[in-house]
Design a protein around this ligand. Structure first.
Ligand SMILES: Nc1ncnc2c1ncn2[C@@H]1O[C@H](COP(=O)(O)OP(=O)(O)OP(=O)(O)O)[C@@H](O)[C@H]1O
Length: 293
């Protein structure tokens, strides 16, 4: 997967997308928040290869939604569709409908760059820019036109505090972002993403390259961040999904041995506790109990 162009990390430019205030049906015990994304019958292709078929699900505001499932089931592909990152892949295309706050995310007039400014992304491997810690965080706000030093100082401090990194780096802001540990570098990337106040943060296995202590720090951070952001996270770590997410989508692979094709499919979506404790589909049950992976 291609890494984002530098401009991609600059979120927040307002677009004309309207706000959507709808809710979806859910069990009586569950009170869903407003729907921020609505995915309807989405299939995604890479050239002639259908990577994932007929996915429908809502994503609720100020919640953490986890995507779990076996390798190659299309989790990252669907995640990248939310901020049009697949558009960077030559030959990638989407069928079906995906709305963001009620507006068609794939309408002709929608600029993928504008979408990426509002819907930020944190990658599996921490990818700080070869710049100082300060400049990593100030990068997006500067691209958005912020030149005032005092304002930039304030944004950098606020973002690093929100990413729970400030105390560890406040005395070495001029040091390279590349000199940080893996866990610190990932928190720097999260600070860089939120410095431009995105609406949504997508995370593709954000802790898989980290040790257990750094992983728990990122999980604490995710729980904290959902107060201000909507988060969608791909994870292979089922404990992590239960620790951080409100809802879980379980993906699997449909194999067609006759045509030798493997296509990702969304098997089940629901409140995380239901998916793990009372899965309705036998494939989900097999996966969450470790009988399939
Ligand atoms: N850029 C690409 N070009 C072509 N095929 C791709 C591309 N990215 C992913 N695929 C294919 O699409 C399918 C789904 O991949 P994807 O990475 O979305 O799955 P995943 O569930 O996230 O897997 P993993 O858990 O292993 O990361 C796979 O068959 C993969 O090989």
């Amino acid at each position: 997967m291609e890494q984002p162009e530098p401009e991609v990390v600059a979120q927040t430019v307002s677009t004309n997308m309207p706000k959507l205030e709808t809710t979806v049906q859910a069990p009586a015990t569950d009170t869903p928040r407003a729907t921020i994304f609505d995915v309807q019958n989405v299939s995604i292709y890479y050239g002639s290869f259908k990577a994932v078929t007929d996915v429908s699900l809502p994503i609720h505001e100020h919640e953490v939604t986890a995507f779990i499932g076996s390798s190659g089931s299309g989790k990252s592909t669907v995640l990248r569709a939310f901020n049009r990152m697949n558009d960077l892949v030559v030959g990638a295309r989407l069928e079906g409908q995906m709305t963001y706050r009620g507006a068609d995310l794939y309408a002709k007039e929608v600029s993928p760059a504008a979408v990426r400014r509002r819907i930020g992304m944190v990658f599996q491997k921490p990818n700080p820019f070869p710049k100082s810690i300060y400049d990593n965080v100030a990068y997006g706000p500067r691209i958005n036109g912020e030149r005032n030093k005092a304002k930039l100082d304030e944004i950098v401090e606020r973002s690093l505090r929100a990413a729970v990194l400030w105390d560890e780096v406040k005395n070495r802001l001029k040091q390279s972002g590349l000199a940080l540990s893996g866990g610190q570098a990932q928190r720097l990337c999260i600070a860089r993403t939120i410095a431009v106040e995105p609406d949504v943060v997508l995370m593709d296995e954000p802790a898989s390259a980290l040790d257990p202590i750094a992983t728990l720090a990122i999980e604490d951070l995710i729980r904290e961040l959902k107060k201000n952001y909507t988060i969608v996270i791909v994870t292979h770590n089922m404990q992590q999904a239960t620790r951080v997410s409100d809802r879980t989508a379980f993906f699997s692979v449909l194999t067609d041995s006759k045509n030798d094709t493997r296509t990702g499919v969304l098997v089940e979506y629901g409140p995380t506790q239901q998916i793990f404790e009372d899965p309705h589909d036998s494939r989900t049950q097999a996966y969450v109990t470790g009988r399939m992976g």
